[in-house]
Design a protein around this ligand. Structure first.
Ligand SMILES: [Zn+2]
Length: 91
């Protein structure tokens, strides 16, 4: 099974950015089979941790350039983990 496939019907209905809108505590309906789908909560928080870390770094950093660079890298890392590593589950 692919990480963008619906766990109910196996269709690739959650490709790319569509998956980002499924938060760790949210579920959405598959556009193909209409069953509820969510993300694996523990792995979702792990995938979001670089982004959350960037928010903490932002608060304490002195350099504006370092701040923006850190936010950009961490947001990109979280997005890629969320899309390509995080599995979907039945809800
Ligand atoms: Zn489906």
């Amino acid at each position: 099974m692919n990480v963008t496939s619906c766990p109910h019907c196996q269709q690739k209905t959650f490709a790319g950015l569509k998956k980002i809108w499924i938060g760790p505590n949210r579920s959405v309906r598959c556009s193909h089979c209409q069953n509820k789908v969510g993300v694996l909560r523990t792995k979702a928080w792990l995938a979001l941790s670089p982004f959350l870390l960037a928010l903490g770094f932002n608060f304490y950093s002195a350099s504006a350039l370092a701040r923006y660079l850190m936010i950009a890298i961490c947001t990109l890392t979280s997005s890629l983990l969320y899309i390509y590593w995080l599995p979907l589950e039945k809800r």
